[in-house]
Write a protein that binds this ligand. Structure first.
Ligand SMILES: Nc1nc2c(ncn2[C@@H]2O[C@H](COP(=O)(O)OP(=O)(O)OP(=O)(O)O)[C@@H](O)[C@H]2O)c(=O)[nH]1
Length: 258
């Protein structure tokens, strides 16, 4: 997972990194007398190769949604960089994206992940992006009851603005906040069951289930694209349950699916 494209300019959404190693100081290797051993292509050739390679990787648009402060940006940053910065809370303004390449079995899948502003005043901007979304990660904060109560309203908006077949995953974030917890895991499970969406608790701080959430989405979207070719269709809920049981994370961190 080395390729990142971004539309934001803070330290998280950095510039694109070249995936092929570019010679230092712009120096190029020279032709070897016995062939091309040691030859280094120019940066233009490297960029062209990257573009051609990119064109073959399917892109899935995924959007992070939920009230302001639930941890959408933090979750994305954790997935993208592995870092969490608790001291830094500046509300997202508008919308921006970053791109991550995820390995699904033998193939690569590109998740174009859009981070939206949770604040009400940006809703009309973000609605426009729902329409062509393939997947939606809907977050609430397990320490904030209001953010949980608002999930029904978010699901209503999704019904109004997104495609009927959009993949939805409900995430109860900040699962690391033991004593401050206001919403039990069972309440999240119940809500997810009611709306027939996959559910798990996450923590952008500890990293709990962060990789699993995005990888499950990538797998589900890949299998939906290949649905005609694969009669044994992938079931995201079974996958999440199996990963939670046998994955590297502890039982308390388990994900649930319905
Ligand atoms: N303890 C803990 N704090 C978290 C977690 N995720 C986010 N936070 C903190 O919660 C605050 C809000 O996080 P953001 O990621 O900015 O929230 P957001 O949903 O992107 O907010 P908007 O941009 O306004 O929509 C920050 O202070 C984060 O450090 C988590 O998993 N655990």
């Amino acid at each position: 997972m080395t390729d990142r494209e971004d539309s934001m300019d803070d330290d998280v959404f950095e510039a694109v990194e070249a995936r092929l190693e570019v010679p230092k100081d712009g120096q190029r290797g020279t032709h070897s007398p016995t062939g091309y051993r040691g030859y280094q292509p120019s940066i233009d050739v490297i960029n062209l190769c990257n573009q051609l390679e990119d064109a073959e990787v399917p892109v899935h648009k995924t959007i992070l949604l939920g009230d302001s402060g639930v941890g959408k940006t933090s979750l994305l940053v954790k997935f993208d960089t592995g870092k969490f910065e608790s001291s830094k809370f500046s509300a997202t303004v508008g919308i921006g994206f970053t791109t991550k390449v995820v390995q699904v079995d033998d193939s690569k899948v590109k998740l174009q992940i859009w981070d939206t502003a949770g604040q009400e005043r940006f809703r009309c901007v973000t609605h426009a992006y729902y329409r062509d979304a393939h997947a939606l990660l809907l977050l609430y904060d397990v320490t904030n009851k209001k953010s949980f109560d608002n999930i029904r309203a978010w699901l209503g908006e999704i019904k109004d603005y997104a495609h009927d077949d959009v993949v939805i995953m409900l995430l109860g974030n900040k699962a690391d906040c033991g004593s401050d917890r206001a919403i039990k895991r069972e309440e999240g499970e119940r809500l997810a069951r009611e709306y027939r969406v996959t559910f798990m608790e996450t923590s952008a701080k500890s990293g709990q289930n962060v990789e699993l959430a995005f990888h499950a989405i990538a797998r589900d979207l890949t299998s939906r694209n290949a649905a005609n070719a694969d009669p044994q269709r992938f079931n995201v809920q079974d996958y999440v349950r199996a990963q939670a049981q046998h994955g590297p994370e502890s039982p308390q961190c388990a994900a649930c699916a319905f």
